[in-house]
Design a protein around this ligand. Structure first.
Ligand SMILES: [Fe+2]
Ligand SMILES: [Fe+2]
Length: 197
């Protein structure tokens, strides 16, 4: 039954997303499966979340705000400026209402953008898979090397990989003088507490 649902969502995602983002979604599905096997998480659920996680990414800014408003999704002060961040929350809401995804699956989709201090194993797997899937690559040699390291680290220590990925993204955000979502900071703090205290 889950396979049927996966095929349905796969077709839908293929129809609404650009080729590049569809390939990314397939890559996240594949990487999520690999990590789910490694960490003892339900593979079918991980694949479903992987293929669905960016289904709202290519909605326009106006469409995202309208969806949030119509479906009473809270929009915080950072999301008001960086409307793109809402694509996680919106996809989670669609998957809950349309496909009956479980709470854990919806949270994994919601949290893949900023992270969250309450991420469970599935959410961590999706957060990491999104950033290291096989189609990702960087022009900068330094970033590419970091990506290769993250791909190895993900199979050894998932929490540490989340921490490194957040640090890398924060560094980049600071360099660009962009807004940092507080959930990224609290995710980072929570993982440091779990890992080192
Ligand atoms: Fe995304
Ligand atoms: Fe993604």
């Amino acid at each position: 039954m889950e396979k049927e649902l996966e095929n349905k969502i796969n077709q839908e995602v293929k129809a609404i997303l650009s080729e590049k983002r569809y390939m990314h979604s397939l890559g996240v599905m594949k990487k999520a499966e690999e990590l789910a096997k490694k960490y003892g998480v339900d593979v079918a659920k991980a694949r479903l979340v992987g293929i669905a996680h960016d289904m709202a990414k290519e909605m326009s800014k106006e469409e995202k705000l309208e969806y949030a408003e119509k479906n009473s999704l809270p929009v915080d002060s950072i999301e008001k400026v960086n409307v793109g961040l809402l694509h996680g929350k919106i996809a989670a809401d669609i998957c809950k209402k349309k496909y009956n995804f479980t709470e854990s699956m919806c949270k994994a989709i919601e949290y893949h953008t900023t992270g969250n201090e309450n991420m469970d194993l599935l959410a961590k797997i999706i957060f990491v898979a999104d950033k290291i899937e096989e189609n990702r690559s960087y022009k900068s040699l330094e970033r590419q090397q970091e990506l290769e390291e993250m791909r190895k680290m993900a199979l050894e220590n998932l929490d540490k990989t989340v921490l490194y990925l957040i640090d890398s993204s924060l560094t980049y955000t600071i360099q660009k003088k962009e807004l940092i979502h507080p959930d990224s900071i609290s995710t980072r703090n929570e993982i440091i507490i779990e890992l080192f205290t």
